[in-house]
Ligand binder design. Structure first.
Ligand code: ADP
Ligand code: MG
Length: 705
């Protein structure tokens, strides 16, 4: 999208102030000379280039250090600043090594606990030392406690200055201490232009500048609390603006893409008939319905932008394959892109199996295709290949398609919006761009779908193929681990196949791999006679593929895996899954994992092997999984139990992350944003672009022509 910078043409009424804001916001941080060169260099290195970058970096919370409380006024559950003297300090070696410091004023005592500390720090807490403290006060077993207080050692008669205002706590930024960032933001805030900026009508809103200032520097504690609770007009205004901007960015991308031309694809049905006849099953009604929706799009010269949502196991792959045939029959190429090597490899096998008998020629491209093989693959893509499958390697610059007519992107939640758009850009040939089909099993609650998919038409496969038996889900405490292992033995003896999933989401691939290796070793030991395989993210795809193949062929009975198997893997004979520490994962992710079983006709079960004790929410969440097998129900419950950022598993959502808005809380603003978006694009396109630039900025670069 080309953001117009020429302010003299096409001026809409009321845009002068917006321009003032845009101009000021774009002016360089470098201009804040008072900050000194060293700080300016560090700011730039940390990515703060324009004033806007500083304005729109908001505090996470506020600390009230405006007063020093007497110790008798400390209350559990609140944060407080006070002065006390060290009475005792020791390092304890319990379950976790910790530094415990008892401080008091002669009458009251508080225990300070540090789990991370240096020896010098421990030594500095000498009996009688005066300390200025700030922290969250909690009730401990013997006295009030503060874990990791902020503190400053002070002299016997040293006078202490209190802060004049609430202390904003900003996100930690590498290379910039909190005090320096604070100074920079203060300097930037002083440059906020007057004027209102764009203003949604219908309500008396605070101005843009005042809103930004209010979020950074609330006047008092009540205001800070109102911000935190989402009950402050300044926050509301910015949240609405932000949601609107994200929504607009997708709508504008859509508008742009749809105004271009795609090849008109009309399936003759010749290839499809042959494929369908070879399948051994008939399409479900839902699959047929969705395929018809896709066909209608393909037959038009406006590029298709369609999302197919279908729960795990609903049969999205065959729908994609049939759509690909329409492209191939029309003489253009079709490509299928998957988020992982594992999944790309599985798709390759399926497409090969389905397409080769039709005499079609396809290639496979991933990072593991190297050297000569890669060269010939690239040559084929530029030439006679009719279809392609692969990972995001398909998006690399060196890849040039002869004529890509259809780009299918599987499990889109693993890709960001940008990557999705990039493949479409990639596939451009001449004046035309490919149709896009995006598939996801992640059932997204309606509110989230509105932000995420405003650029897509949505089709839902709302029916599972017949003959699936429901999955029995049980939650079992880790104390019964041996019993569970015994159950694996029985299952394998009965000819069933089993997944054992190790979850360690936050850790590195390496740590995960190690954990999975240990578990595999333990299970091999405990289950003599059972053929055990292992896959994890640290394995080279070349080593992983044969293991998956062996599991698929039934040669491996028990597959120990990390969450790499989460998406897409399809082995119908696998009917038992054990998930270790399910409490660590999001519900949607658990639902995805569980979807690996229950794909055949046999009764399947899933054992959630949790680590006790479970908190209240964790218990409720596991209960949701036991109660329901419907991805949409699970997603809605998950949204209610946790924030939206977590619903899809934060690391892999491809969801926009927001600076101010909070989807769980701001659903009504989202509706409002939707309502405002259409008219704004129609009558004030420049304002729309300005809002997008302000809030979404570079994220829409891929949409550029
Ligand atoms: P997902 O939607 O999770 O990607 P897949 O496309 O992997 O699901 O399909 C799951 C399994 O169901 C595959 O083994 C596939 O061949 C099978 N399948 C798909 N459609 C049907 C159908 N209409 N009837 C029976 N089995 C089907
Ligand atoms: Mg799939």
């Amino acid at each position: 999208m080309q953001i117009a910078t020429d302010t003299t043409r096409n001026r809409e009424p009321g845009t002068e102030n917006q321009d003032a804001f845009a101009v000021a916001g774009a002016s360089p941080v470098r201009g804040l000379k008072s900050l000194g060169k060293a700080l300016l260099d560090d700011l730039e290195a940390a990515g703060f280039v324009s004033l806007g970058d500083l304005w729109f970096t908001f505090p996470l919370r506020f600390e009230d250090r405006t007063q020093i409380l007497p110790m008798h006024a400390l209350r559990p559950g609140s944060s407080a600043q006070f002065i006390a003297k060290v009475e005792h300090a020791e390092i304890r070696f319990g379950k976790r090594r910790s530094l415990c410091v008892i401080v008091g004023d002669g009458a009251q005592r508080v225990m300070l606990r540090f789990f991370y500390f240096k020896q010098a720090q421990a030594d500095s807490f000498k009996v009688g030392q005066r300390v200025l403290l700030f922290g969250d006060v909690k009730a401990g077993p013997h006295s009030l406690e503060i874990v990791h207080p902020r503190y400053k050692l002070i002299g016997e008669h040293e006078s202490v200055e209190v802060a004049g205002a609430l202390t904003p706590i900003y996100p930690t930024i590498q290379g910039l201490g909190p005090a320096r960032l604070l100074r920079a933001i203060d300097a930037a805030l002083a440059q906020l232009p007057k004027g209102d900026g764009w203003m949604p009508s219908g309500k008396q809103w605070p101005s843009l500048a005042d809103s930004i200032r209010a979020l950074h520097r609330p006047a008092n504690r009540q205001e800070a609390d109102a911000l935190k609770l989402g009950k402050h007009p300044a926050r509301d205004r910015l949240a609405l603006e932000e949601l609107l901007a994200h929504h607009l960015s997708l709508r504008l991308v859509r508008q742009r893409v749809r105004s271009e031309r795609a090849p008109v694809l009309r399936a003759t049905g010749r290839l499809r008939e042959r494929l369908l006849a070879s399948l051994g099953f008939a399409l479900t009604g839902a699959q047929k319905k969705v395929l018809a929706e896709i066909d209608r799009d393909l037959a038009s010269s406006a590029p298709m932008l369609r999302l197919v949502q279908g729960d795990v196991g609903s049969g999205k792959t065959i729908v994609a394959a049939l759509a690909m045939l329409a492209a191939i029959e029309s003489g253009v190429q079709a490509a299928l892109m998957a988020p992982t090597e594992l999944l790309a490899e599985q798709h390759r096998r399926n497409l090969e199996r389905w397409f080769a008998p039709l005499g079609l020629f396809g290639v496979n491209l991933s990072a593991r295709v190297k050297g000569r093989a890669r060269e010939s693959t690239l040559a084929a893509l530029a030439n006679d290949a009719q279809w392609a499958v692969g990972t995001h390697a398909l998006m690399q610059d060196a890849v040039a398609f002869r004529a890509l007519g259809l780009a299918v992107i599987d499990e889109q939640h693993r890709f960001g919006v940008n990557q999705r758009l990039a493949l479409a850009e990639k596939g451009r040939f001449g004046e035309r761009r490919p149709h896009q089909l995006v598939m996801t099993a992640t059932p997204i609650p309606r509110t989230l779908a509105m932000t995420q998919f405003a650029d897509l038409d949505v089709s839902v496969i709302d029916e599972l193929p017949p003959g699936r038996s429901p999955i029995q889900t049980v939650a079992v405490s880790r104390q019964r681990r041996l019993e569970v292992i015994g159950r694996i033995k029985d299952a394998c003896a009965a000819g069933r196949q089993v997944y054992w999933v190790c979850t360690l989401i936050e850790e590195s691939d390496e740590v995960q791999a190690q954990a999975a290796q240990n578990t595999a070793a333990e299970l091999i030991d405990a289950l003599r006679g059972v053929r055990v395989g292992l896959v994890h993210g640290r394995m080279k795809p070349n080593d992983r593929a044969p293991v998956m193949q062996a599991f698929s062929d039934g040669d491996i009975q028990l597959l120990v895996a990390t969450t790499v198997i989460e998406v897409g893997v399809d082995v119908p004979n696998a009917s038992l899954m054990i998930i270790e520490n399910p409490e660590r994962l999001g519900l949607a992710q658990l639902h995805q994992l569980r979807g690996r079983v229950g794909r055949g006709a046999v009764e399947s079960s899933c054992v959630l092997l949790y680590e006790p004790p479970l908190g209240e929410t964790a218990r409720e969440r596991l209960q949701v999984l036991r109660d329901s097998q419907d991805g949409f129900v699970i997603a809605e419950r998950d949204l209610a139990l946790r924030g939206p950022g977590e619903v899809l598993g934060t690391r892999q959502t491809g969801l926009a992350s927001f600076r101010v808005a909070d989807l769980a809380r701001d659903a009504h603003w989202l509706m409002e944003a939707q309502r405002l978006a259409g008219p704004l694009i129609e009558s004030e396109p420049r304002t729309a672009e300005m809002l997008v630039k302000r809030w979404v900025g570079s994220a829409v670069h891929y949409a550029k022509a």
